[in-house]
Design a protein around this ligand. Structure first.
Ligand code: MN
Length: 236
């Protein structure tokens, strides 16, 4: 929030200066560029301890996933933002223009956002069938919670190689799909589009220490962690 405010202040100041002095096209010097283009990704604080999701996700996997993999995505996208002078103002703008980004900026911006989302839509003692509006929406779209769970599971297991399985809301319609690598449904380059309600990381780094090649067991156990309140918040 601080960076956004500062950037807005800089912009407003530029506008004010231009308006007052009626100056001709403003040439931004290097220093101003840095200030205007201050958007950086950040890593949220993990909402629970590394061991909180045991036994379904083990503490060592969680620690490495958060402190090494996720931290690296955040660092690498921010390095790309600086090196490539990327000037999008928000994550939303960033993903809406994903097709124009370098592979480094695109892949790491997805990795930064996707994991922040993933940590939030899990909790200890989660799972079960959702109730309320999101429960109704799932029943309406897929017939029943069991059918939804079956299709999402199939999608997660069926993703070839590394990627994610998603439940998204596309203009009021709930859909299940998957993306490769660190792509996400907010990217203009993604075939699957919509606002993510749930996302499941099926990269081997998410489960290999505990489950080795048994992605199906990881996915089956992950259902015990779903934080439906967080998913429901995103269904607007
Ligand atoms: Mn991951």
């Amino acid at each position: 929030m601080k960076t956004i405010s500062r950037r807005k202040f800089v912009k407003d100041s530029i506008k004010a200066t231009a308006a007052t002095a009626l100056v001709a096209p403003l040439a931004l010097n290097a220093e101003t560029f840095e200030s205007v283009n201050a958007f950086q990704f950040s890593q949220i604080q993990l909402p629970y301890g590394y061991n909180a999701l045991e036994p379904h996700i083990d503490a060592m996997t969680m620690e490495i996933h958060y402190t090494k993999h996720h931290a690296a995505y955040v660092k690498n996208v921010n390095d790309a933002i600086t090196a490539e002078k990327i000037s999008y103002e928000s994550e939303k703008d960033f993903f809406a223009n994903a097709s124009k980004l370098s592979p480094k900026a695109k892949n790491n911006s997805g990795g930064a956002w996707n994991h922040n989302f993933f940590w939030q839509i899990m909790k200890a003692n989660g799972g079960g069938a959702p109730s309320g509006k999101i429960g109704d929406a799932i029943n309406g779209a897929f017939g029943s919670f069991e059918k939804f769970k079956e299709e999402f599971t199939k999608t997660a297991i069926g993703r070839f190689g590394s990627g994610w399985a998603w439940l998204v809301n596309e203009n009021g319609k709930l859909k299940i799909g998957s993306t490769a690598n660190q792509d996400n449904p907010m990217m203009d380059s993604s075939e699957l589009k919509g606002t993510p309600l749930l996302g499941l990381d099926v990269w081997e780094h998410a489960y290999y220490l505990k489950y080795q090649n048994k992605r199906n067991e990881y996915v089956a156990n992950w259902w015990n962690l779903v934080n439906w309140d967080e998913a429901a918040k995103r269904l607007v």
